[in-house]
Design a protein around this ligand. Structure first.
Ligand code: GLY
Length: 432
C-alpha cells in the first residue's frame, strides 16, 4: 500500500484525501487545523505550521512516505518539494522554482511573452512611483493593479470595479510598491472567466472539465473578492457559455506553458490551473496557478473516475497516465462560510445531521476543527457542499435541498448555479 503525504487542511485537501483513500493509498497528513475529515482518514497526522518545511520533511521521513502532494499555494513557495525529493520521496507537485508560475505574476507574463504563447495580454512591471504615475497619467485604458506574489485571491484591484479612477489606481499601486517594491499593471479584460485544471508530468498534459468559480462574496457577483464562494461544471466538460474552441485554445496555451518551462530547464510536474477570460477577442490568460483550484478542484475531484494514486505517481515519475475519466454530470459547489466572511467574519459552530444528507451530495470539510457532526468554524471557509445532477440548475437545487441539515449561523451564496443565474449568463452569451 502506498504511503502518501498530503499537506494542507482545507476543502481541497479533504477532496484529495478521499480520492487517495478510495484508490488504496495510506494517508499521512500535515495540516494547521484539526480538520475532522482529513484527520479521520489519516493513518497519522501532524498539526503544524504548513510553512515549516523542515518539520514536515522530518514527519515524511519518519513515516517512510513514498509520495507527497502539496495543496496550498503558500506551501509551494517554500523549499518543501525540493527537500522531500532530496530524501528520495516522490513529489506530485511542482518545485519552488516551477511554482513561480503562480508565486510570481511577472515570471508568468515574462514566460508567455518570451515564448510567444497566445492568450497573453499587455502588462508592465513598475518599481518606481514616478514612473507609475507618469504611465497612468498618459493612459486612457483601464488596468488591473496586482501585487506580484500570493495574495489569497484578495490582492488584485481592477479599475472600474474596485478602483473608481486613476487617482485610486495610483494610490493602490503606490501602496503595493511601498510594501513589495514592485507592482504589476495588466490591461483590464472583460468577459466570463473559466478555469482549466490539467495534470502534467512536465511533458504531457491531461485536461479536466472546465469550471467557473465565484469569487465575490455576495449574490449577483457583488461585494469583496474572497478565496471563492462556489463553483460550477457542466456534464460535457465545457460550460454552457464557453464553446469547444475556447477549451481547445486554453488547452493549447497550457501545453505551450508546460513545453516552454521544460525548454527553460524549469520543468513543471503536478497540477497546473489556468484562469482564462472569454473576451470578444477569444480567451485571454488571467493567471496561471501551480496547484488545484479551490473551490473548482472539489467539483472535478467529485466527478473523477479512476485510480488517483496511480495518477499522482505517474505525474511525479514523469510518466503521465491518462486512463481516468469524469462522470458526465453537472456539479455545483456552494461554500458555507462564517457570517461576515469577506469583511468581518464571525466564527461560530455548525451542527451537521450527517445521516440525513443525501448520498448524492458530497460534503467536504474546509478550515474547520471539531468533529464531523459539530464543527468549529474559523474565519475562513467552513464546509463545501457539492451537488451532482444532469444539469447545473438541478445540481444547485440539490445543494439547496440539503442545507436544512446544517444548523448554525452561516452565510452561503444561494445564487450559484441557480436557474436565474444560468439564464442571465446565457442571455449575455447570445448577445455577445
Ligand atoms: N479558484 C481560486 C483559486 O483557487 O485561487
Amino acid at each position: 500500500m502506498s504511503r502518501i503525504l498530503l499537506v494542507g487542511g482545507g476543502g481541497r485537501e479533504d477532496a484529495v484525501a478521499r480520492r487517495i483513500l478510495e484508490s488504496g493509498g495510506e494517508l499521512f497528513s500535515a495540516l494547521k487545523n484539526r480538520n475532522p475529515s482529513i484527520i479521520g482518514m489519516s493513518k497519522s497526522h501532524f498539526i503544524v505550521d504548513e510553512l515549516d518545511h523542515s518539520k514536515i520533511t522530518d514527519f515524511a521521513v519518519k513515516n517512510k512516505v513514498d509520495l507527497a502532494f502539496i495543496g496550498p499555494d503558500p506551501v509551494l513557495d517554500t523549499p518543501l518539494a525540493e527537500e522531500l525529493s532530496s530524501k528520495g520521496i516522490l513529489v506530485a507537485s511542482p518545485s519552488r522554482s516551477a511554482a513561480r508560475l503562480e508565486t510570481s505574476k511577472s515570471y508568468m507574463r515574462d514566460l508567455l511573452t518570451r515564448h510567444s504563447i497566445p492568450g497573453n495580454i499587455f502588462s508592465r512591471l513598475f518599481r518606481e512611483k514616478a514612473e507609475l504615475e507618469s504611465f497612468l497619467s498618459k493612459e486612457n485604458r483601464e488596468f488591473a493593479v496586482k501585487p506580484i506574489g500570493l495574495t489569497g485571491g484578495k490582492g488584485v484591484k481592477v479599475m472600474g470595479v474596485h478602483l473608481q479612477n486613476v487617482s485610486q489606481a495610483l494610490d493602490y499601486g503606490k501602496e503595493i510598491l511601498e510594501k513589495d517594491g514592485e507592482v504589476l499593471l495588466e490591461e483590464r479584460i472583460q468577459g466570463e472567466e473559466f478555469s482549466l485544471q490539467v495534470f502534467t508530468d512536465g511533458n504531457r498534459i491531461a485536461p479536466t472539465p472546465l469550471a467557473q468559480d465565484f469569487k465575490r462574496a455576495y449574490e449577483h457577483d457583488e461585494g469583496p473578492n474572497t478565496g471563492g464562494m462556489g463553483s460550477i461544471t457542466d456534464s460535457n466538460g465545457l460550460l454552457p457559455f464557453i464553446p469547444q474552441k475556447s477549451f481547445d485554445f486554453a488547452l493549447l496555451v497550457m501545453q505551450k506553458i508546460a513545453a516552454s518551462m521544460k525548454t527553460d530547464g524549469n520543468p513543471f510536474r503536478g497540477i497546473m490551473y489556468g484562469q482564462f477570460m472569454e473576451t470578444t477577442d477569444g480567451p485571454k490568460v488571467v493567471e496561471v496557478n501551480a496547484r488545484f483550484a479551490d473551490p473548482e478542484s472539489l467539483n472535478i475531484l467529485s466527478l473523477f473516475k479512476g485510480d488517483f494514486v496511480e495518477l499522482l505517481f505517474s505525474m511525479a515519475e514523469g510518466n503521465l497516465k491518462t486512463n481516468f475519466d469524469f462522470e458526465q454530470s453537472a456539479s455545483v459547489l456552494k461554500y458555507v462560510v462564517p457570517k461576515g466572511y469577506g469583511t468581518k467574519p464571525v466564527a461560530g459552530t455548525l451542527e451537521i445531521d450527517l445521516k440525513s444528507i443525501a448520498p448524492d451530495i458530497m460534503l467536504y470539510y474546509a478550515a474547520v476543527s471539531g468533529t464531523k457532526e459539530k464543527v468549529e468554524m474559523s474565519t475562513s471557509r467552513s464546509l463545501a457542499l457539492v451537488g451532482i445532477a444532469p444539469t447545473i440548475e438541478e445540481a444547485s437545487e440539490r445543494v439547496e435541498q440539503n442545507l436544512k441539515f446544517i444548523r448554525g449561523e452561516y452565510y452561503l451564496r444561494h445564487d450559484i448555479g441557480s436557474r436565474q443565474m444560468m439564464e442571465e449568463k446565457m442571455r449575455n452569451f447570445s448577445r455577445a
